[in-house]
Ligand binder design. Structure first.
Ligand code: PRP
Length: 180
């Protein structure tokens, strides 16, 4: 991205890669006798998922859900979410691991968890790369957290600004004047 749009690099590529490897090892240990049914939330989770699953040494399935907010948003959730692409397979009786890129207000994840629990999974855990605890509006259970971050507009490593910059290998912070 043009450097003029970027205020800082919050989490460097090497730091992300090291933490993702740790998460993968922890998940592999915790699911040693299970075959997790991964539910990755599009679009933001696709980069994290691709790296995370290569650090898993347990058999696992990867499925996708796409979630959207009514009304669109640039920098924050509108709070109303809906499924725009549902799972192709049932998680009933499965050990579900939800993979997210970021938990902000918690509204998206709360919706997903409520929805998944209606489908009778054996267990549900959550793995998110990023969490912004200061922005939480709904408390959601997080089992694996890569990094807790301050309330800044972050992008890269799957996270976008106006659908761009998901490919950056680091987590950057957008200059406030870009969205204010
Ligand atoms: C982001 C992110 C989470 C959600 C978190 O998705 O991937 O799903 O926002 O925000 P919340 O905790 O306030 O609900 P977004 O709607 O930006 O879509 P994207 O993943 O396609 O970029």
């Amino acid at each position: 991205m043009g450097e003029h749009n970027l205020a800082e690099i919050l989490i460097a590529e090497q730091e992300i890669q090291a933490r993702v490897a740790e998460l993968g090892q922890q998940i592999s240990t915790d699911y040693a006798d299970k075959t997790p049914f991964i539910v990755a939330v599009l679009k933001g989770a696709y980069v994290f998922l691709a790296d995370l699953c290569r650090h898993l040494n347990v058999l696992h399935e990867v499925h996708f859900m796409a979630i959207s907010s009514y009304g669109g948003r640039a920098t924050q959730s509108t709070g109303v979410v809906r499924i725009v692409m549902d799972l192709p397979a049932s998680p009933e009786g499965r050990d579900v691991l939800v993979v997210e890129d970021i938990v902000d207000s918690g509204r998206t994840l709360d919706y997903i968890l409520r929805n998944l629990h209606t489908r009778n999974p054996t267990s549900v855990r959550v793995c998110t790369l990023l969490s912004k605890p200061s922005r939480r509006e709904i408390q959601v259970p997080l089992d694996y957290v890569g990094f807790e971050i301050p309330d800044k507009f972050v992008l890269g490593y799957g996270l976008d600004f106006d659908e761009h910059y998901r490919n950056l290998p680091f987590i950057g912070v957008l200059k406030p004047e870009m969205y204010e």
